[in-house]
Write a protein that binds this ligand. Structure first.
Ligand SMILES: NC(=O)CC[C@H](N)C(=O)O
Length: 331
């Protein structure tokens, strides 16, 4: 009986009720910001406000709700790996890309070099870890680093309807301290996986990490992926559906690094995080459920205090909460 009443209630949850609930959940989960710290190895990220937590959800019909500090501008960091992966697949086709990077989870930290040496050939395990993303950056269309970066921005522009800017301060600040990334790039170059010079590959990769977005931008991209490459907001298929589906599989298995298993178990939606505290989530439609956003939605999260795996501490908790309440898990 109680369940039935709950179900009826859900069916009639209005947009403002959803927004109120979201606001409440943000405030409830804000305490988890205490369980993380802002990434300090990129000096410019150290100055973020660790107590911030913002979320934006965009549904299939374009309904949009926000909670907390949803309009803060932050850098994409590793969320950009999803875009560069799709850009190289669009350019070269999947078969060629798979020769350079696999789609297998590692269970290792995102910047680990270990497996490149353990397995021959040293093909990076997936495009969501740094080794894979640096390789992917080198595969972007064009010859010069400027052309390659423009190739990535083209895809982002197609998804967002605008060409995003780069936070030059974050880019230069990370470049100063990018020793692990340079080490990875040199190793990959020696093994024949980089399709451009080491300096250029790092330049492109770090520049893509410094692209500026808001939670709304991440929610928009998440929504397109949720709809298998169809953008319901402009009624257009912007990505091939096979590519969108494959990308979601890679996000689900590798997108939260060595916390991807737990994330799949407790949130259950394809997502990609970045060390600036962003998370982009694609929630596919539910066939037999009438819950808010049962037609699918994109979710963008921002909360800069990150946990040991490099994922937004409160962001993961908030997603877990939303997923449980509105049954967003794909499983
Ligand atoms: N997990 C991340 O967001 C890592 C991105 C960061 N720019 C790095 O390469 O270290």
């Amino acid at each position: 009986m109680i369940k039935e009443i709950k179900d009826i209630h859900r069916n009639f949850e209005t947009k403002s009720e959803c927004a109120n609930r979201l606001h409440h959940w943000v405030e409830k989960n804000r305490r988890y910001t205490e369980e993380g710290t802002c990434a300090s190895y990129i000096p410019a990220l150290r100055h973020a406000d660790p107590h911030q937590l913002g979320v934006c959800i965009i549904g299939h019909d374009g309904e949009i709700i926000k909670g907390g500090e949803a309009d803060v501008v932050f850098t994409m960091q590793s969320v950009s790996k999803v875009i560069s992966f799709m850009a190289v697949c669009l350019t070269h086709g999947l078969a060629y890309v798979l020769k350079h990077v696999d789609v297998e989870p590692t269970g290792d930290p995102y910047n680990s070099i270990m497996r490149l040496e353990l397995k021959k050939p040293a093909r990076p395990f997936n495009p969501m870890i740094n080794a894979g993303a640096i390789t992917v950056a080198s595969l972007l269309p064009g010859v010069t680093k400027e052309e390659k970066f423009a190739g990535l921005l083209d895809v982002l522009e197609m998804l967002l309807g605008r060409r995003p800017s780069v936070d030059e301060a974050v880019f230069f600040s990370e470049r100063e301290t990018a020793h692990y990334n340079f080490a990875l790039a040199h190793f990959l170059k020696a093994e024949g996986f980089l399709k451009c010079g080491v300096e250029d590959a790092i330049d492109i990769y770090l520049r893509q990490c410094a692209i500026e977005v808001t939670t709304e931008d991440l929610a928009r991209i998440g929504l397109v992926l949720a709809c298998d490459g169809y953008d319901p907001l402009c009624s257009k298929q912007v990505l091939p559906s096979e590519l969108a589906r494959l990308t979601k599989a890679v996000m689900l298995t590798c997108g939260m690094y060595n916390a991807s298993g737990k994330f799949a178990a407790f949130v259950g939606a394809p997502s990609k995080s970045g060390v600036s505290g962003g998370i982009m989530t694609a929630v596919p439609p539910r066939r037999h459920k009438v819950t808010p956003f049962h037609n699918g939605c994109g979710i963008g999260i921002y909360s800069p205090a990150i946990d040991e795996a490099g994922n937004s501490a409160a962001g993961v908790k908030l997603l877990q909460h939303i997923s449980a309440e509105w049954e967003l898990s794909v499983f």
